[in-house]
Unconditional design. Sequence first.
Length: 278
Amino acid sequence: MAIYMIGDVQGCDEALGRLLDHIGFSPSRDTLYLLGDLVNRGPCSLAVLRRLIALEGAAHCLLGNHDLHLLATAHGVRKPNRSDTLDEILRAPDREALLDWLRARPMALHEHGWLMVHAGVLPQWSAADTLALAGELQAALRGPDWTDFLHAMYGNEPPLWSDSLRGADRLRVIVNAFTRLRFCTAQGVMEFATKDSAGAAPEGFMPWFDVPGRRTEGVPMAFGHWSTLGTVNRADLQALDTGCVWGGCLTAARITGVPGQVERLAVRCEQARKPGKK
């Protein structure tokens, strides 16, 4: 039995198929954890969803910002972007079943010794806080008024977590941390404009995982979302968005029996998006 964590696929089904062949994946024996951004920007988002749904319990998928964008676009909350590649899903005869499957995915998981999120966590959150707050967000997405949440989801305010937050503001901070976070201050104020490497941090900001004393420090964590970050391969941190859709690699990290240790395996990807078309 092998267990793998996989970075952002973003509709690159051909690369995903080659990666699964490369690692010798067997759904009857092995388990996948995909770290969000299953769809969009690549050419075959519908095929990715169909592949993952067919794997049933062998594939566990987190939600990323592009997955939430699909839900919002499908329900008229957001207009499609020119760079979107979601039409196949939106025109599919079973689109509602596909979208229902997607919105039932988790926002965070703590499995096999690894805390997994799409983008990041705020320094005030422990691993237990992370899972509890993910549960709040999941309940909103799975509840009867879930489209109301989509209407309130977008925006950069509040930029800072507080336990006193309630309602839409509370959920917006949670979703922004889980699906958009790259840089924040030592106090946890989030910054969303900068999408370059860690060395491009605006003054007063730093990568979320470098905040001194963050409460998840020491907890092995895996995340995607940040294709420009470069390789982060540490015992306590795995960055697994290696830019598949931009002509980089699609990367899997096999969880070994040694705490915090993984074996990274990757396949090269054809460039599906032009630079600057984020």
